[in-house]
Design a protein. Structure first.
Lengths: 343, 506
């Protein structure tokens, strides 16, 4: 039988165990993981202030950081849903390029001269259409998401090149430029769009049946199917949502660069995926948060800004980003295996 | 039966403790296994059996505890160390690699090779010899394991253990995936192993099996050894149940309530067929009636439920509810019409283990808790809590992760899901698989209550006793054919087996 111990020693052991268990459980929970990200972000801000001083902390610079973060940020919100549902979408950067090209075609711009929001409608429609194609191929064609969206990545870029004749199409619709380049209450429109998309994403994920289905499909696809959820149809919706965010991001990028081109959004999908994963969403699906994704995006963009402010080598920056991804995933795995173990 | 004292102790374990994140999984386990015996470890779900197995096989490191192997103090530092001592483990979740051949699986980790090159024909030859010893000479060593049935995969797992020089095999619920016929073969193999001096640690819920194959029993409850080295033959069943549960349980089926002759027909299945699996199955279920389906694994019993439910697409025939035909192959339609399925594999097919209980309870009906797609989680929680209380699931905390619950409580969550949904036809596939003795009686009485309240129920189980104990009428199935439809009172277990054997032979 077990070695006899004094009652007090046992009680102490139990209580210290309990405290560490509470801490572990908290750090393992969604809010706890986000606290870790907030701490990481605060450390980065301190590093930024220490190395670049006012150049880093002034309002204009902060707005620049968020503005630059906003395009991949919007993609990352859509990507969060895809990854929580147990999928992946490699095509969003490429679909962004295609959407920007279609929305800035001479014919579209001519039609939009009287009604500039038409460009936005076109961009979003192209994004959603590409997403629906992805979703149908994945859900009904039973092609793994990685391959289906890789194919779309390649093909969308090709379509964009044909449509644009490999040229950069300049935006000359004044209403569109005024809208996308404008600001409200001193905050750039692009940042507002990112905030709105993030807020809508949070509500959609946490408060609606759509979000519940997404988590169920990613948490246990077969259980969701046998519970009566139409898993295939929902899969199409999720990729359509990712396509929609690619369309929104296309509007933002076309506004920021005042152009549409087939090379817009190149490799953005990887930045979005990295932010989602660093933000605590499990790549195997079933668990993730919008707040985490936003923090993940901010961490990467603050890091980039610190490097720029200090005139540091972009190669070193790339290495640092790589290290952050590995560290974040290592930390996640440690917590992911705790708490869920039984017997 | 062997005389334990004369053979000497092979493995002696004392005072094992193990804590996971403040949860005491083991709290003083003692175990003593003699060479050549079948030592059964008995305990409810959550008692700590799996943790003990993983410690013995080197997967987990214990916090405390002494280990003696053939009289010498040892530590089991890892899976390789356990195999080095001569301890092999057959896990409940079969740990075979589907993409490799039988022979490759058998020699996984200790491949036969010379100078880095695999000796394929040598491996196949030796694999065949081991398979023959296990009574399965018909399995070709070069066959891919993915194409095998669970029973045959288990044979491969056992062959892997035998391919090493082992003295002790741990079998974790080996009969869970087997039918009575296959269990008989398993017992034959176990007897052959013990007669050559190998000890078997046998984990099972099923007392009848332990009676048949075991020599001695160790009972574990709440991570502690309650009794060790009990003689199988002389320890009465009530005593074992009392040790396991800490209370007296009458493991009987609640008395059947006769279905009134006026009860309406709810579910009607006509000439249902799924090509290659079963043909022309017809039956109907009235309000408050329980229909049981008995048959071997592979007889198509689970697939009948899945075809009714739309989880697999029927190739012909019809299914109707209250006279209204159901579309083939659509689960949402079936659920919408009022049919619910509790699948065979609760963990992989039924529940989202990481998610809280209430989300698992409302998984089929959460849309009803939403207004304009916005969920009202408070009402989901309170509805779930009320249902959990009605099913006596304690604690009725809707926010606990469902993966932390015992098998019996997980089954209650599945029942709660369909009760909340308001299902009128309940299809239960293996309702007590992985459910311990104490909770079984509760599940049985819940099923009775549901049928008494008017739910039409179809039960499939590999335990014929369970089908007979629960059902009003029984369909006996073999190789996809319905051999007979009989009133449960008119047939007994040997009678069903007799039918099944004859049907399979024909």
């Amino acid at each position: 039988m077990s070695v006899p111990t004094t009652a007090t020693a046992e009680a102490e052991a139990v209580s210290s165990n309990r405290v560490s268990a509470i801490i572990r459980r908290f750090l393992g929970s969604a809010a706890g993981r986000n606290i870790g990200l907030v701490v990481a972000l605060v450390i980065l801000v301190i590093v930024g202030y220490a190395t670049a001083g006012d150049r880093f902390t002034n309002v204009a610079n902060i707005l620049t950081i968020v503005k630059l973060a906003s395009v991949t940020g919007v993609l990352a919100i859509g990507m969060t849903f895809v990854i929580i549902a147990g999928g992946i979408d490699l095509s969003v950067g490429s679909v962004l390029g295609l959407s920007s090209v279609v929305a800035t075609l001479a014919a579209v711009q001519a039609a939009a001269s009287g009604f500039w929001p038409l460009m936005i409608v076109v961009a979003l429609a192209v994004g959603v259409l590409a997403g629906v194609v992805n979703g149908i191929i994945i859900a009904y064609g039973k092609v793994v998401a990685f391959m289906a969206t890789l194919a779309m990545l390649i093909a969308a870029r090709g379509f964009a090149e044909i449509l644009s004749n490999r040229t950069t199409q300049t935006v000359n619709v004044r209403g569109f430029l005024e809208f996308s380049g404008g600001d409200l209450l001193g905050i750039p429109t692009l940042v507002w769009i990112f905030l709105l998309v993030a807020a809508a994403g949070w509500v959609l994920l946490n408060r609606t049946t759509f979000g519940r289905r997404t988590v169920a499909v990613g948490g246990n696809r077969e259980a969701a199917r046998l519970a009566g959820i139409n898993v295939k149809r929902h899969t199409v919706y999720i990729y359509a949502l990712a396509g929609l965010t690619a369309g929104i991001a296309a509007v933002m990028l076309a506004g920021r660069t005042t152009s549409g081109t087939s090379t817009h959004g190149t490799l953005y999908e990887l930045d979005a995926i990295a932010a989602v994963v660093v933000g605590g969403t499990l790549l195997i699906g079933g668990r993730g948060t919008i707040v985490g994704t936003v923090l993940g995006i901010l961490i990467f963009n603050v890091l980039t800004n610190i490097f720029t402010q200090n005139n540091l080598n972009t190669s070193v920056q790339a290495i640092t980003k790589g290290a952050i991804i590995v560290i974040a995933v290592l930390i996640q795995q440690r917590f992911a295996t705790r708490g869920s173990r039984k017997e | 039966m062997i005389n334990v004292d004369s053979v000497g102790t092979l493995l002696e374990v004392r005072g094992v403790t193990k804590t996971f994140a403040a949860v005491r999984a083991l709290n003083g386990v003692d175990l003593s296994v003699a060479a050549g015996e079948v030592h059964c470890v008995l305990g409810q779900n959550g008692a700590g059996k799996s943790t003990l197995i993983k410690i013995l096989s080197g997967v987990y490191t214990p916090d405390e505890g002494e280990f003696h192997w053939q009289g010498d103090a040892v530590t089991i530092a890892g899976p390789t160390a356990a195999l080095g001592l001569g301890i092999a483990t057959m896990y409940q979740e079969l740990d075979v690699v589907d993409g490799l051949t039988i022979a490759e699986n058998i020699f996984l980790g200790h491949e036969l090779a010379a100078g880095g090159l695999l000796k394929v024909s040598e491996a196949n030859k030796r694999a065949r010899a081991i398979l023959q010893r296990l009574g399965h000479g018909e399995l070709s060593p070069s066959r891919e394991v993915g194409s095998l049935s669970p029973a045959h995969k288990q044979i491969v797992s056992m062959a892997r253990a035998l391919s090493r020089d082992i003295k002790l095999i741990i079998m974790d619920e080996p009969s869970a995936v087997l039918d009575s016929e296959e269990v008989r073969n398993l017992f034959r193999v176990v007897r052959e192993l013990t007669s050559s001096g190998i000890a078997v640690v046998y984990i099972s819920h099923r007392l009848a099996e332990i009676r048949e194959i075991g020599d001695r029993i160790t009972v574990i409850k709440d991570g502690r050894t309650m009794a060790s080295g009990l003689d199988v033959a002389s320890t009465p069943t009530p005593e074992l149940i009392r040790l396991m549960t800490g209370r007296d349980v009458e493991n009987v089926f609640p008395p059947a309530v006769p279905v009134p002759t006026t009860a309406r027909e709810v579910l009607r299945v006509d000439d249902l067929a799924v090509k290659g699996i079963f043909e022309s199955v017809s039956f109907s279920v009235r309000q408050g009636e329980v229909v049981g389906i008995a048959g071997l694994v592979g007889s198509g019993r689970s697939e009948i439920l899945e075809a009714i439910y739309g989880a697999i697409k029927r190739t012909s025939g019809s299914v109707s509810l209250d006279g209204k035909p159901l579309r083939a192959g659509s689960v949402p339609d079936a659920v919408g019409a009022g049919i619910g399925l509790s699948p065979e594999e609760r963990k992989s097919q039924g529940l989202i283990l990481e998610e809280p209980i209430y989300r698992n309870v409302t998984l089929s009906s959460f849309a009803r808790f939403a207004r304009f797609s916005f969920l009202n989680e408070r009402s989901e929680r309170s509805t779930s809590r009320a249902q959990l209380e009605a099913l006596e699931l304690r604690p009725a905390d809707p926010d606990r992760a469902v993966g932390l619950l015992s098998g019996g409580n997980q089954q209650k969550v599945m029942l709660a899901r369909w009760l909340v949904h308001g299902t009128r036809v309940l299809l239960l596939d293996e309702p007590t698989r992985g459910v311990d003795v104490g909770a079984r009686a509760e599940i049985y009485s819940l099923i009775r209550q549901l049928s008494a309240a008017g739910t039409a129920i179809v039960v499939v189980s590999s335990e014929i006793e369970e089908v007979l104990g629960l059902a009003d009428r029984v369909l006996v199935l073999a190789d996809g054919d319905v051999l007979a439809t009989v009133d449960a009172g008119d047939i007994d277990e040997p009678g069903v087996l007799d039918l099944v054997m004859k049907g399979s032979a024909a």
